[in-house]
Design a protein around this ligand. Structure first.
Ligand code: F6R
Length: 603
């Protein structure tokens, strides 16, 4: 996700830049840096680690009035000092901070390297200062050099740049947020309002395609070609304390609502609907030719994503199994070098998952991790890594990372099946457009959800059951886990066909049953739901509006119609919202549930 800040005004820029970075740390915290104009050049201070560590490491702070800063959440390259922003050209004439992904950075880097420009980091961002320098070297003034460089970028970006000796910041937005803060004589650019809320509440949210020039006299709003555009400042009425959560009461709710954006970011450049291909650039076609079987290892919510991947892989014709990482040492099936072991872990630091990963490595398996944290132990220790690019998740209960894990695993599994079978799975053609529209389908769920009313309606129940079949089963397990961890109420998830093999004994009018329909043998799930309903349990169907279950169920939570590989993930968002609202009614500490930690680094 990354956070960027820029400041122009009177007096030292250091304090507002560092305050801005601290306020943006919820957007990323694996490295941080600042660049400040010092009168004769640009001073850079940057390092891996948190903003606090950057602050401690700055001895004699640079004194300029104009500067930029960045707090990073890695997407390209591990969180090292060299990969920290700001990035510069070789002579530090240009400094740049960036949030987003430059999809064509490899081509740009090759072209610039062929022209003698030397790169020192693994990041996509570093092409931007070199590209600006390339145009400066060609005789363009700074503004035109910036515009030319921006016009060559493909992908998503919020960029802020400065050129040595100038009291100006140049910025551009395409697909990643960027907001301008305005106070008499002092101006800010940032990824989000909390960065500068201590200094001003007058803001302009930039739009895609905007390019702005900021100096101490004001802000010039233009399009890429330099034509003026009108942007009107508005006043934000947030308390700085609350601002990291924006308009939301809890990080969990914010993160639930971030899912359309975080998933779009995960998918960026990874599907090619026009040519019917999955474009996971780290894995060339044929990468998985030799894989005979796949074992997924994970814990908690990540285990549910792993189970989702494993069931999808089985359905695509490849033998696979999902195992709880903490059971792996006693229950691992045999592995050899044709076995691919996939560790699914948001943090990349879960001790149980790392132990299982190490065991699989020691026994000769090929390993891959699916994780959110680029520099994490799992990413470093596995043979390969697939990053889910969800941005930092602050709420202890995983939400947006589950959705991104499950979608990325769905794509990865299709790639594995295609390599194994020598041709893409038959339904890939219809799946890819559905994957592409997932962010807007998630938006639809979030905008029209009745989850708050359902949570209220059943708030004095005794126990909450969640059922699903096929890909609906891991969603049922995840629905129940989310419910129990933040409400502290009893909740259980079952394969819908299992209900009659024992759990039905618990069913009463006090046990609402949430039934997830994904299009995989839904008539059987409906029958199982009716078996509970006959015993008095209210049934809440999570399905599209025109589904047969709507007429049978007591209540309905609506999801847009989509492919069966994805329907459960839309249903999951409805269940996340039910859990959230139920916990809110009970006044639970939603972001920090009792006894739980975000990253479990003990066995
Ligand atoms: C539940 C939750 C946990 C984690 C589990 C594994 O909401 O977040 O169950 O999924 O502790 O953590 P990671 O994914 O970091 O390995």
């Amino acid at each position: 996700m990354c956070g960027i800040i820029g400041r122009v005004g009177d007096g030292s820029a250091i304090e507002p830049l560092l305050t801005g970075l601290e306020n943006l740390e919820y957007r990323g915290y694996d490295s941080a840096g600042i660049a400040v104009q010092n009168g004769s050049g640009i001073d850079i201070e940057k390092r891996s680690g948190k903003v606090e560590e950057l602050k401690e490491s700055i001895g004699d702070p640079p004194r300029g009035e104009v500067g930029i800063g960045h707090t990073r959440w890695s997407t390209h390259g591990p969180p090292t000092d060299a990969n920290a922003h700001p990035h510069t050209d070789e002579s530090t004439d240009v400094a740049v901070v960036h949030n987003g992904i430059i999809e064509n950075y490899v081509e740009l880097k090759e072209r610039l390297a062929a022209n003698g420009y030397e790169f020192t980091s693994d990041t996509d961002t570093e092409v931007i200062p070199h590209l600006i320098q390339y145009y400066l070297d060609a005789g363009f003034d700074s503004e035109r050099a910036f515009r030319h460089a921006i016009s060559e970028l493909e992908g998503s970006y919020a960029v802020t740049a400065m050129v040595s000796g100038e009291h100006v910041l140049y910025a551009a937005r395409q697909g990643s947020p960027l907001v301008v803060g305005m106070e008499d004589g002092e101006y800010f650019l940032a990824s989000d309002v909390p960065a500068f809320l201590e200094y001003t509440d007058s803001v302009v949210y930039l739009e895609d395609g905007d390019v702005v020039l900021v100096d101490e006299d004001g802000v010039e709003f233009t399009d890429l070609e330099g034509n003026p555009v009108t942007r009107t400042p508005e006043t934000v009425e947030w308390d700085p304390e609350q601002a990291g959560k924006g308009e939301y009461d809890h990080f969990m709710l914010k993160e639930i609502h971030e899912q359309p954006t975080s998933l779009a970011q995960a998918l960026e450049g990874r599907i090619d609907t026009r040519n019917g291909r999955i474009a996971l650039s780290d894995f060339e076609p044929g990468t998985f030719d030799d894989v005979e079987s796949v074992q997924f290892i994970a814990c908690g919510t990540s285990y549910h994503a792993a189970l989702y991947g494993s069931l999808g892989l089985n359905q695509a014709g490849v033998q696979s199994t999902a195992l709880l990482a903490n059971e792996y040492s006693v229950a691992a099936p045999p592995v050899d070098d044709d076995t691919l072991v996939i560790a699914v872990t948001q943090s990349g630091e879960t001790a149980d998952t790392l132990n299982a990963l190490r065991q699989a490595t020691a026994e000769g398996a090929r390993t891959l991790t699916v994780t959110n944290v680029v520099g994490s132990t799992a990413a470093r220790e596995a043979d390969d890594a697939l990053f889910i690019r969800a941005g930092p998740e602050i709420g202890v209960a995983a939400t947006k990372t589950f959705s991104s894990q499950a979608v990325m695993l769905t794509l990865l599994c299709q790639r594995i099946a295609a390599d194994r079978q020598g041709e893409p799975p038959a339904d890939l053609e219809s799946l890819l457009p559905a994957v592409e529209s997932m962010p807007s389908a998630l938006d639809e769920v979030l905008e029209s959800s009745d989850a708050a009313a359902i949570a209220r309606q059943y708030d004095d129940s005794q126990s909450y059951f969640f059922i699903g079949r096929g890909l609906g089963f891991p969603v049922a397990l995840e629905g129940a886990l989310k419910f129990k961890e933040i409400t502290y109420e009893h909740a259980e998830g079952f394969a819908s066909g299992e209900l009659k093999h024992g759990p039905l004994a618990l069913v009463t009018p006090e046990t609402p049953v949430f039934a997830v329909f994904t299009g995989q043998e839904d008539e059987k799930t409906l029958k199982n739901a009716e078996e509970a309903q006959t015993r008095g349990a209210p049934v809440i169907a999570v399905c599209p509006d025109d589904h047969a279950a709507v007429a049978v169920a007591d209540e309905h939570l609506s999801i847009p119609a989509t492919e069966s590989e994805l329907a459960g993930l839309l249903a999951n968002v409805q269940l996340q919202l039910v859990s959230y609202h139920a916990a809110d009614l009970l006044d639970r500490p939603i972001d920090k549930p009792r006894n739980l930690a975000k990253s479990v680094t003990v066995e």
